[in-house]
Design a protein around this ligand. Structure first.
Ligand code: HT7
Ligand code: ZN
Length: 844
C-alpha cells in the first residue's frame, strides 16, 4: 500500500464550482448521476483524476459528449478540455451489501452515508479531498417518507426531494438519509433573529421518546456558540439522524448530522448519567464543527487536528460551563493520561499533525483529538483569555470559506498577539509526552523551582527538542494559605529555573495546576507532602491529583512490596469523603483510584515489568481497605446523596448520584451485596439500576439480577449493549475470555453492528487482568475475531487492534503471545489496508 506524505501536498488541478447529484435509491443497485462544473486551476496544472472506489461506471460525458475514461481501483483519469467544462457520470452502487459503513449504506432499513474521511469516493467519481470545495444540489428519489440531504430543502413531491446547500463544502461533509423515519421537531431563533427548524429523526417504535434531551442539548449548544464565540447558525434547518450501525460517535455533515444512536438517544430509564453527559458533549461537538470544521475546513487530512483539536477544546469548555470546570478538567486529564499518554508512549505514537499515513482513518486518534485540544488550551493559557478570543475572531474572519492549515492557525495567533510561535509549533510535530522533573531550593527568602524537560524517543523520532510548556504554579504556606497565587511560568529551555522572592518560610509548591500542560510531572514527594496538598491545595485539579499520585504510590508499593496501604492515603480520602463543603462530583473523583492500566504504565515507566494480575489484586485490596477505613460513613453518604424525586441528568444531580455510587461500590465490598441488590431492585433510572448490577457482578454475585435485567431490556439494543459490556468487563480475570466467547454465542450478538462488537470486545480489552490473563486466551480470541471482522468492517477492526499497543510493557511470555496474535492477524489473507497498517506499526 502507498504511503501519503504531508510534504507531497499539491493543490488539485481543477476547481469545482458546483455539483448536482441525483440518487435513484435501490438496495443493491442505487444509481448516482452527477453533473459537475470544473475549470482548470491555472496555478497548478495537472491531470484530471477523480477518486472512485467499489463503484460501477455506467456512463460518462464531457460537455455532453460520451467519453471512455481510464478506470482503476482507485479512480479514473480522462482527457478533458483546457477550459471550463461539465463532467457527467452515472454510476451504480450497492448500499445494502456495504458492511464497511463508509459511503452510502443501509442500517435498519434506512439509507445513510458516512463520507469522512474518504467515503464519498464510494458514492461517485469525484475529487474526494478536503481542499476541493463546491456548492452541492441534491435530488433524492426513493419510496420513503423522509428524504434528506445537506443544506436547505428546495422542493419535494411523492418519492423525491431536492436540497441545496449554499455553503461550498468538501465532499467529506456530504450526507444523505432516506427511510421511514419520524421527526422530533423544534426550533431555535438565532442571535440575529433568524428562525431555524430543528429535527431529530429516528425510526418509529421505541425511540421517539428518547429525543427530548438531545434536542435541548442542541439548543444549548447553539446558544453557547453565539454567546461565547459569537458564531451563528447559517442555514434554515438543522437535522440530526440517529443510526444504529455507525463506526464512530457522530458526524458533522453540513446541516445533516448523523449520529450513532448511542450518542443521541437518551431517557432516564435507559441511559446513565455518563450517557447523558457524553450525549450532551457529542451534540455540542458536532454542532460546533459547523464553524470549526465546516465553514473553515482542513486543507488536507494531515491538518485534521485543526478542526478536531479546536472542536474538542470548544466542547470541553462547553461542558465545563454546563457543570463544573474543575470536575471536567479532572475527567479530561484522566482520559488524557490513561489513553493518550499510553498511545504517545507506545508503538502507535505519532505527532498531533502526522507527517505520513497509509490509511487516514487510522489517525482519528486520541492524540489528534485530545492532545490537539490540549495544545489549544496551552495557547489560550499563554496568551490569556482576551487575546485568545480576539485571535479566534480573526481566524473566523480571515479563513471563513477556506481549507486551512496549522500554519494559517498559528499565523492568526502571531498576527493578533505579536507572539513568535515558532517553538510552540513543535507541539504539532513532536510526538511523545514530555517528562518534566522538578527540584526546589529555598534560601534567604527566595524560593527557586528548577525544571528539566525531556521527551523519550518515539517511532521515527529519535531526537526531541525542548517545547514551550506553560507551568501553572501556586505556592502555599505550611498551614495551607496561598502565599503566591497561580502564576503561569513559561518554560522554553531544556532546563530552566524560576525564583519567587520575599517569602518568610519555605513554601509548599503546587505545580502544573489545572493540568496546564500535557506532560508527566516527576517530583520526589513524601506521602506526607502529597497528603498535605490533598487536604489544602486551593487548586481543585492539584488537590485531586495529589490524592491520585498518593494512590498510585500506594498501589505500586502493594504490587512490588506487598506493603499495607499507607494510612496517609486512607485518612486523606476519608477526609474528602466526609467533607460536605466539597462538590460531590469532585469527591467521587477524589476517592476513585488510578486504573489498572495506568498502574501498569507507571510501573513500566519506573523500570518494573507489570504483572496485570498482581495489579488487579492490589487494586482490589486497596479498594477494600478504603471501604473498611470509612465504613461508618458509607450508609450515611448513600442516604444523604440519593437523589429523590424525578430523575434529572443535570450536573448537580449526577454529581450527587456519582458520590452515592462511589459509596455503594465501597459498601458492596463489605456487606456481601445487600445494598447493591436493594439499589438494583428499587432503581427508577438506569444509572442506579446499573450501579446495583455492577456492584453485584463485581463481587461475583447477581446472576439472577443479570438475567432479570436482560429480560427487562431485551428489546432495547442500547441497554443490551450495556449488558454485554458489563458482563465481560466484570468477569473474573480467569473467566474473561470464556465470558466473551459466551457473549458471542448469544442470539442477539451481531458482529456487523459496531456497538455490539465493541460492547463485547472493547470490554474484553478493557478488563485488564482478564485481557492479559497469562494463558493468552484473550489475546488469541480478540485476534481471531478481529480477523473475522476485518472482512466486514475494516475501519472498526483497525481501531480495535490498538488493544495490543501495550505489548512492549509486559513480560517476555505475554509479549510473545500478543505479538503472535498480531502476527496471525497480520497474515490473514485479504487483510484490509486499515488493519494492515495498524498491525505493521505495532510490530515495528
Ligand atoms: N469528524 C468525525 C470524524 C469521523 C467519523 C465519524 C463517523 C464515522 C466515521 C468517521 N470517520 C471520521 C466525527 C467528529 O470528530 O466529530
Ligand atoms: Zn470532531
Amino acid at each position: 500500500p502507498q504511503t501519503i506524505y504531508l510534504k507531497d501536498y499539491r493543490p488539485f488541478a481543477y476547481i469545482v464550482d458546483d455539483v448536482h447529484l441525483t440518487f435513484k435509491l435501490a438496495d443493491t443497485a442505487t444509481r448516482v448521476i452527477s453533473r459537475t462544473s470544473f475549470r482548470p486551476n491555472t496555478d497548478f496544472p495537472g491531470e484530471f483524476f477523480l477518486h472512485g472506489q467499489d463503484i460501477k461506471l455506467i456512463s460518462a460525458k464531457v460537455d455532453g459528449v460520451e467519453v471512455s475514461p481510464k478506470v482503476t481501483s482507485e479512480g479514473l483519469t480522462c482527457d478533458v478540455p483546457d477550459k471550463p467544462f461539465v463532467w457527467e457520470a452515472e454510476v451504480e452502487i450497492s448500499p445494502s451489501t456495504n458492511t464497511a459503513l463508509e459511503g452510502l449504506y443501509m442500517s435498519g432499513g434506512m439509507y445513510c452515508t458516512q463520507c469522512e474521511a474518504e467515503g464519498f469516493r464510494k458514492i461517485t467519481f469525484y475529487p474526494d479531498r478536503p481542499d476541493v470545495m463546491s456548492v452541492f444540489t441534491v435530488r433524492v428519489e426513493g419510496d420513503y417518507p423522509v428524504l434528506l440531504s445537506n443544506g436547505n430543502p428546495v422542493a419535494s413531491g411523492n418519492g423525491w426531494a431536492e436540497w441545496h446547500d449554499p455553503w461550498p463544502k468538501p465532499a467529506y461533509l456530504f450526507a444523505l438519509v432516506a427511510g421511514n423515519l419520524v421527526a422530533h421537531p423544534s426550533s431555535f431563533t438565532t442571535m440575529s433573529g433568524k428562525d431555524v427548524d430543528l429535527n431529530i429523526y429516528v425510526r418509529p417504535g421505541s425511540d421517539e421518546d428518547k429525543c427530548a434531551f438531545g434536542m435541548e442539548a442542541l439548543k444549548r449548544s447553539m446558544k453557547w456558540d453565539e454567546d461565547v464565540y459569537g458564531r451563528e447558525y447559517d442555514l434554515d434547518i438543522f437535522n440530526i439522524v440517529a443510526v444504529d450501525d455507525f463506526n464512530m460517535g457522530a458526524m458533522e455533515n453540513k446541516g445533516l448530522n448523523v449520529f450513532n444512536s448511542s450518542c443521541v438517544l437518551a431517557s432516564p430509564e435507559t441511559s446513565t448519567d455518563a450517557n447523558f453527559e457524553r450525549i450532551e458533549a457529542i451534540i455540542a461537538h458536532e454542532y460546533f464543527h459547523n464553524w470549526t470544521g465546516n465553514r473553515i475546513t482542513c486543507r488536507d487530512w494531515f491538518q485534521l487536528c485543526l478542526k478536531e483539536g479546536l472542536t474538542v477544546f470548544r466542547d470541553q469548555q462547553y461542558t465545563g460551563d454546563q457543570g463544573s470546570h474543575a470536575v471536567k478538567r479532572i475527567e479530561d486529564a484522566i482520559t488524557l493520561r490513561s489513553r493518550q499518554f499510553r498511545e504517545d508512549g507506545g508503538p502507535l505514537a505519532h505527532p498531533v499533525r502526522p507527517e505520513s499515513f497509509i490509511e487516514i482513518n487510522n489517525f482519528y486518534t486520541i492524540t489528534v483529538y485530545e492532545k490537539g485540544a490540549e495544545i489549544i488550551g496551552m495557547l489560550k493559557r499563554l496568551v490569556g483569555d482576551t487575546e485568545y478570543y480576539n485571535a479566534l475572531d480573526l481566524y473566523f474572519k480571515r479563513h471563513d470559506g477556506d481549507a486551512a492549515t496549522i500554519e494559517d492557525w498559528l499565523q492568526v495567533f502571531e498576527d493578533s498577539t505579536g507572539r513568535d510561535l515558532t517553538q510552540f509549533k513543535r507541539w504539532y510535530s513532536q510526538a511523545g509526552t514530555p517528562r518534566v522533573t522538578v527540584t526546589d531550593d529555598f534560601r534567604d527568602g527566595s524560593y527557586t523551582l528548577n525544571f528539566a524537560q525531556e521527551t523519550p524517543p518515539t517511532p521515527g523520532q529519535d531526537e526531541k527538542h525542548a517545547q514551550v510548556i506553560p507551568l501553572a504554579v501556586g505556592l502555599l504556606s505550611e498551614n495551607g494559605d496561598e502565599v503566591v497565587p497561580t502564576t503561569v511560568l513559561e518554560m522554553t529551555e531544556s532546563t530552566q529555573s524560576f525564583t519567587f522572592d520575599g517569602l518568610a518560610t519555605k513554601p509548599v509548591p503546587s505545580i502544573l495546576r489545572d493540568f496546564s500542560a500535557p506532560v508527566i510531572l516527576q517530583r520526589q514527594q513524601t506521602s506526607a507532602e502529597r497528603a498535605f496538598l490533598m487536604a489544602h491545595d486551593t487548586d481543585p485539579f492539584n488537590k485531586w491529583d495529589a490524592g491520585d499520585a498518593l494512590a498510585m504510590d500506594v498501589l505500586k508499593q502493594i504490587v512490588t512490596k506487598d506493603a499495607a496501604p499507607d494510612a496517609a492515603y486512607l485518612d486523606g480520602v476519608a477526609a474528602i469523603m466526609r467533607d460536605d463543603s466539597l462538590d460531590p462530583a469532585f469527591r467521587s473523583l477524589a476517592v476513585s483510584q488510578p486504573s489498572e492500566s495506568e498502574v501498569a504504565q507507571a510501573l513500566h515507566d519506573a523500570g518494573t515489568t507489570p504483572d496485570p494480575l498482581a495489579i488487579y489484586h492490589a487494586s482490589e485490596a486497596l479498594k477494600l481497605a478504603v471501604a473498611q477505613h470509612m465504613q461508618d460513613i458509607l450508609p450515611l453518604i448513600m442516604a444523604q446523596y440519593t437523589v429523590d424525586g424525578p430523575y434529572s441528568p443535570d450536573a448537580k444531580s449526577a454529581g450527587k448520584r456519582s458520590l452515592a455510587r462511589a459509596a455503594l461500590g465501597m459498601l458492596t465490598r463489605l456487606d456481601g451485596g445487600a445494598a447493591a441488590a436493594k439499589t438494583f431492585a428499587e432503581a427508577d433510572n438506569m444509572t442506579m439500576q446499573l450501579a446495583g448490577l455492577a456492584g453485584l457482578r463485581m463481587i461475583g454475585k447477581g446472576e439472577d439480577q443479570s438475567q432479570a435485567f436482560r429480560k427487562q431490556w431485551r428489546d432495547d439494543r442500547l441497554v443490551m449493549d450495556k449488558w454485554f459490556g458489563l458482563t465481560v468487563s466484570l468477569a473474573a480475570p480467569e473467566n474473561a475470555a470464556q465470558t466473551a466467547i459466551m457473549m458471542t454465542q448469544e442470539p442477539d450478538f451481531d458482529m456487523k453492528n459496531p456497538n455490539r462488537f465493541r460492547a463485547v470486545f472493547g470490554a474484553l480489552a478493557g478488563n485488564s487482568a482478564g485481557f492479559h490473563d497469562a494463558s493468552g486466551a484473550s489475546y488469541t480470541l480478540l485476534g481471531e475475531w478481529l480477523a473475522k471482522l476485518d472482512a466486514i468492517n475494516p475501519q472498526t477492526t483497525a481501531r480495535m487492534t490498538a488493544a495490543f499497543e501495550t505489548w512492549p510493557r509486559y513480560d517476555a511470555d505475554r509479549q510473545a503471545k500478543m505479538r503472535a496474535a498480531l502476527e496471525t492477524l497480520g497474515a490473514t489473507s485479504g487483510l484490509s489496508r486499515d488493519t494492515g497498517e495498524m498491525v505493521g506499526r505495532m510490530l515495528g
